[in-house]
Design a protein around this ligand. Structure first.
Ligand code: SF4
Length: 162
């Protein structure tokens, strides 16, 4: 049975920067949980950040690949460079995925770690921009398909093929 990597906040764990979770209500997720397929990870906690923590965004909305290349930073609202924690958490998520032979992930859209289709533009003004978070970019570069919480049916289809 293939397992699936899922953002911890999506199964309701209170790991977000604001101390809350963001539980998904979904029959597909319920089935994955009942089947014991779900492996939850919060890359930001895995990287050593705390709950609650200041919000963070990638500078100029440059995207996770640029952070991985050292060409952009992740900054928080206190002006702290938290890139090292985001990179460490991304590497831990990838290591976990590899340990379990995971090919499919469902990660929280919009997050500077987990976003797969959009992130925020680095100005902390709520402006979205197309791009990936640091963990999503690292997983995809390693051949793991990353879906958002709005694409569970697609993720389910790929899981059943893998
Ligand atoms: Fe959720 Fe990912 Fe943010 Fe952790 S880093 S709170 S798993 S979106």
């Amino acid at each position: 049975m293939h397992r699936i990597l899922i953002s911890s906040c999506l199964i309701g764990n209170p790991v977000r920067y604001d101390g809350r979770g963001q539980a998904l209500r979904s029959e597909i997720l319920d089935r994955w949980l009942a089947e014991g397929r779900v492996l939850a990870v919060c890359p930001e906690l895995a990287g050593g950040l705390l709950v609650p923590r200041p919000a963070a965004e990638i500078t100029q909305g440059a995207g996770g690949a640029k952070v991985l290349q050292g060409l952009a930073k992740v900054m928080d609202t206190d002006g702290r460079d938290v890139s090292a924690a985001f990179l460490a958490g991304a590497r831990q998520a990838l290591q976990l995925a590899r340990q379990h032979g995971i090919r499919v992930a469902v990660l929280k859209q919009g997050s500077p770690s987990c976003g797969s289709g959009y992130i925020y533009d680095g100005t902390f003004t709520g402006v979205k921009t197309a791009g990936q978070g640091v963990t999503a970019a690292l997983l995809e570069s390693a051949g793991i398909k990353v879906f958002s919480e709005h694409q569970l049916a697609e993720a389910d289809a790929m899981l059943s093929q893998s």
